[in-house]
Design a protein around this ligand. Structure first.
Ligand SMILES: Cc1cc2nc3c(=O)[nH]c(=O)nc-3n(C[C@H](O)[C@H](O)[C@H](O)COP(=O)(O)O)c2cc1C
Length: 320
């Protein structure tokens, strides 16, 4: 069965430094979505977004930029910007669940406004050549909201709709709603990608059995928690390489060095890495203990010692 794996964007995690290191050490991902660009009313692209999308920072990667907005002028501005960099596709974020975003009618807070979505898509398709794809939850308040929108979306030549099978109100709590996802499949003639809670090869296999018509799968948090996951899915194997911890260790050191160079001072780099360890720890034998060790490290030297100790402990456990 053919299967395309996409790295779901994670703001604060899957920037170009992460993407390049990920591809080098693990692989298995066909296409990376860049985290969203958000303008906040000013027609100006922040330098961190610019760096993230610069072709020279992504020269071996397949990357799709993403925008989060409910304003057509912002959308058109971002289209021009990404087209100027050579990108052919722009993904539209209708999934973000955070109240700061949804209360302003963006992210999953925009799903219930079919008229606005329609008017934005109409102008984008009549005024530009960009290929548009969507990334959506199934609603904010309930999973019926998307069903009101899908027939209208059928009238546009969207490349695909990636659906995170939750509603905004859930944030990241509760499970994915696979029955509601099935209703979306029944109601749309677009190509649908599945997204949500793919955390292991066995979960992936269950999903594949349940939705045999899906051949594009987006993985977000699961890919940070277990960076070997995409390659294992591709190989249809649950076996890790023998030198799993050596590879992880090199990957860790690569992103640590890259972020350390970019961030100023010892606290930001520790905070950055602590964010990663919230996920990394999940694929260690004792996630809580691992996370606690990192959290307790109050300077960079202590952090490095903690990482060394964690890897040593895990090697001992794997041998035992
Ligand atoms: C920290 C964090 C940042 C995220 N940033 C983005 C983003 O920039 N754009 C987006 O479309 N989704 C974003 N998401 C949602 C994920 O891409 C994904 O849809 C969601 O986590 C469900 O997939 P998963 O269970 O495989 O992680 C983010 C999620 C998290 C936890």
């Amino acid at each position: 069965m053919s299967c395309t794996l996409l790295s779901s964007p994670l703001q604060g995690f899957t920037d170009f430094k992460f993407r390049n290191a990920f591809k080098h050490y693990f692989g298995g991902i066909d296409t990376f979505y860049a985290p969203y660009i958000r303008l906040d009313g000013k027609l100006l692209i922040k330098s961190s977004y610019q760096r993230d999308l610069q072709p020279e920072n992504n020269n071996t990667l397949e990357v799709i930029p993403q925008v989060m907005t409910n304003d057509v002028d912002e959308f058109l501005f971002v289209v021009k910007y990404v087209e100027g960099l050579g990108y052919k596709e722009l993904n539209w974020n209708l999934g973000c669940p955070y109240p700061m975003v949804t209360k302003r009618g963006m992210g999953s807070g925009l799903i219930s406004d079919a008229e606005k979505i329609n008017s934005i898509l109409d102008r984008v398709h009549s005024e530009t050549d960009i290929i548009v794809s969507m990334k959506m939850r199934m609603g904010y308040e309930n999973s019926e909201e998307i069903l009101e929108v899908l027939p209208m979306l059928d009238t546009y030549p969207l490349k695909n709709i990636a659906i995170h099978a939750r509603i905004g109100k859930q944030l990241y709590k509760g499970g994915v709603d696979l029955n509601a996802f099935q209703r979306c499949l029944d109601q749309s003639s677009h190509k649908i990608y599945y997204n949500g809670d793919i955390t292991s090869v066995s979960v992936f296999r269950e999903m594949q059995e349940r939705f045999p018509m899906i051949d594009h799968w987006m993985i977000g948090r699961g890919l940070i928690a277990d960076p070997f996951l995409p390659q294992m899915i591709k190989n249809n194997s649950t076996v890790y390489p023998n030198n799993r911890l050596d590879i992880f260790s090199e990957f860790h050191d690569t992103i640590f060095t890259a972020y350390d160079l970019a961030l100023s001072g010892p606290t930001p780099i520790r905070m950055k890495m602590l964010g990663f360890w919230e996920y990394f720890s999940q694929s260690f034998s004792n996630p809580q203990k691992v996370y606690k060790k990192i959290k307790k490290a109050k300077d960079v030297a202590a952090y490095k010692a903690a990482v060394k100790e964690i890897l040593h402990m895990e090697r001992q456990l794997n041998r035992g």
